[in-house]
Design a protein around this ligand. Sequence first.
Ligand SMILES: [Fe+2]
Ligand SMILES: [Fe+2]
Length: 243
Amino acid sequence: MGTPSNETRTNVNEIASGIYRISTPIALDGISGGFTFNQYLVVDDEPLLFHTGPRRLFPEVREAVARVLPVTGLRYIGLSHVEADECGSLNEWLAAAPQAAPLCGQVAAMVSIGDLADRLPRALADGESLSLGTRRVTWVDTPHLPHAWACGFLHESHTRTLLCGDLFTQGGNGLPALTESDILGPSEAFRQPMDYFSHTPNGRRHLERLAGLEPTTMACMHGSAWHGDGGALLRALADAIER
Ligand SMILES: [Fe+2]
Ligand SMILES: [Fe+2]
């Protein structure tokens, strides 16, 4: 993992109504321009933090979340799949938020989180919805897209925000919190040399399912969040990965 960039501390921006992007710019060996680790905080009666950030960034991310709401009030700590940036500080968050449960797909729960986490997860089946109070999130299984058998995403239907994890990963640590500019070009420029997508034959099918949700905000885990026609963007990604 890289170290937090000296230029900027962890920053917090509301990218859709009640959804906050918590972003830490870092310097990363071998990646010019740096990188970002983003978490998304969904504010509701039962607040959700999607992704924890790497374990070593926990103090910075906790402090940033506390600018929006008391950390002890978190109810769910969600993750797309099991990697350090998605859930490296899961147990630190569970200790800081005594009423919180891990929130993940059934594969992640079975394979990893049921053992790694200090508290039992709330495991969502494919297509299952969960109420956070006034809004609902729905889990979509996307095994191996972009990577990891356990992979899946959450869609928040009130703002039509897709918490899209590593999809549309953009390099650089000086990007705006939210953009309507093209992110497919920059994310393809990042993906092709890194080869971090699996080579699943089911990529288009998963992306088509996500496109069918017609999201209008893409909450990317690395780089800017994006606003626009999410269905079209996801279908363009399906074309790009088949090239
Ligand atoms: Fe990942
Ligand atoms: Fe990631």
